[in-house]
Every structure is written in structure tokens, then in C-alpha cells.
Design a protein around this ligand. Structure first.
Ligand code: DX5
Ligand code: ZN
Length: 236
């Protein structure tokens, strides 16, 4: 399980995305950034839901063995119901499915909780917030995609700032202590802007692992997010 929003809501959480690390040296890459990371973001792609492939449960199980950091599993797959159990068994702390990938989001969120993982729902840039309103009481996290899922290093879609703002407003109105995670094109500037909009979990791939000094890049992202968060605490 990931820590609750109530436990960690006083600070932003940095989630380096392993998609941009050197896959031949995953364990070493984790060691380099571990002190600056709160959660490791693991992107699972199946070549159907998104036009790319990454890795499956056996690789996640090995990652589980080399780090104590919580593992956040972003399922960019068709038929996510087939995968929650294998990834939970492999050591996932959270399982985040796309609302576009299932007709039975409520059942899936319930299954994820029964597997003792944190349930999260992800939403693509073109999907309206209305699509997830009814499932909000049943998840602990919403992942707002700020690029189209499938690849690292894409350009941030600025319009997603307003989407995050409306989602945070909704979570406050409904009294739901939700983690709002943002994923895609996050760097020092967009991290601060997303935090001001109401996000508290920042996923970053390229901005960390493509940097000359990934630890320093993660620290810079964290400092920028924290400064914005402090100025914004009364909002969330
Ligand atoms: C994209 C993935 C992201 C990806 C983000 O589909 O979900 O987690 O790693 O990469 P950057 O931070 O490079 O945009
Ligand atoms: Zn992701």
C-alpha cells in the first residue's frame, strides 16, 4: 500500500519513472535516485492499449527485491482485470488502471483493495473528468495524464493544469482525501505549476533519468515542488 493522502498531504511526493532509466542497470539507477524519491513509478505497457511494450510481473518482482521504496504500478494495458493479481503478487504497492481500459472500474478498484494494494484510476488527456466522478469514492489516487500515454519525453499538455485544478476542487467538495498524481512532461517548471493546481504526486521520467546527474535533477524537482506546495498548503 502507498501512504494515505492524509499522512503525506503536507508535502509533494516525487515519483521517478523507471521508463526513462537504463533497463540494463535498473538496480543501479534506483540506488542513484533513492534518497530523492518517495515512490518508484513503474510503467506497464502491453502494445495494445498503448503503442509500446515494457515489462511484466517477473521484472517487477526483481525490482521489489532490490529496493524498499513503494512501487506504484501504472497499468497501460487492455484488460487490466487480468493483470492486477499478478502484479500484486509481484510486489506492487499501488495498481493504477485507465478508466478508458475497462467497463467495470468499480469492480476493479474493489479487487485491487482486496489484494491489499492502493487503488488508483488514470485518465487520458482527451477523457473528461466526468468519466471518473462516480469512481472517486472507491479509489485513493487519480493519475491525470499530462501527455498521451505510451512514451517518455513528450511535451507537457498545458490544458491539463486546469483539469487538475477542477479535480482538486471536486475532491475538496466531496470530502475525499485523494492523491492527485500527474504524469508526462513534468520538470521543475511544470511540477511547480501542477502543485499550484492541486497535484501532490509528481511522476518524472526524462527530467530525472535523462539528466547528467539524476540525483541532482530529482532534488531540483523536489525543491521546486516543495516551494510551490508551501505557498499552496491552504488549497489542499
Ligand atoms: C508515459 C508514462 C510516463 C513516462 C513519463 O506513458 O506513463 O510515466 O515515464 O515520462 P516523462 O516524464 O519523460 O514525460
Ligand atoms: Zn506512467
Amino acid at each position: 500500500m502507498l501512504p494515505d493522502f492524509q499522512e503525506t498531504g503536507d508535502r509533494p511526493l516525487i515519483c521517478p519513472s523507471l521508463l526513462s532509466c537504463d533497463f540494463a542497470r535498473i538496480a543501479d539507477e534506483i540506488v542513484v535516485i533513492k534518497d530523492e524519491a518517495d515512490i518508484l513509478h513503474c510503467d506497464i505497457m502491453d502494445g495494445h492499449f498503448v503503442p509500446n511494450l515494457t515489462f511484466g510481473p517477473p521484472v517487477l518482482a526483481r525490482i521489489r527485491e532490490v529496493t524498499d521504496l513503494p512501487l506504484d504500478v501504472h497499468l497501460m494495458v487492455s484488460h487490466p482485470e487480468d493483470w492486477v493479481q499478478p502484479f500484486a503478487k509481484a510486489g506492487a504497492d499501488s495498481l493504477v488502471f485507465h478508466i478508458e481500459s475497462t467497463a467495470h472500474g468499480h469492480r476493479l478498484a474493489t479487487q485491487i483493495r482486496e489484494l491489499r494494494c492502493t487503488p488508483g484510476v488514470a485518465i487520458n488527456p482527451a477523457t473528461p473528468l466526468e468519466a471518473i466522478v462516480e469512481i472517486l469514492p472507491f479509489v485513493d489516487m487519480v493519475l491525470v495524464m499530462s501527455v498521451n500515454p505510451g512514451f517518455g519525453g513528450q511535451r507537457f499538455i498545458e490544458e491539463m493544469l486546469d483539469k487538475v485544478k477542477r479535480l482538486r476542487q471536486l475532491s475538496i467538495e466531496k470530502g475525499l482525501p485523494l492523491h492527485i498524481q500527474v504524469d508526462g512532461g513534468i520538470n521543475e517548471r511544470t511540477a511547480a505549476e501542477m502543485v499550484v493546481a492541486g497535484a501532490n504526486m509528481l511522476v518524472a521520467g526524462n527530467a530525472i533519468f535523462a539528466a547528467d546527474d539524476p540525483a541532482q535533477a530529482a532534488a531540483g524537482l523536489s525543491a521546486s515542488a516543495r516551494a510551490a506546495y508551501k505557498a499552496n498548503l491552504d488549497l489542499i
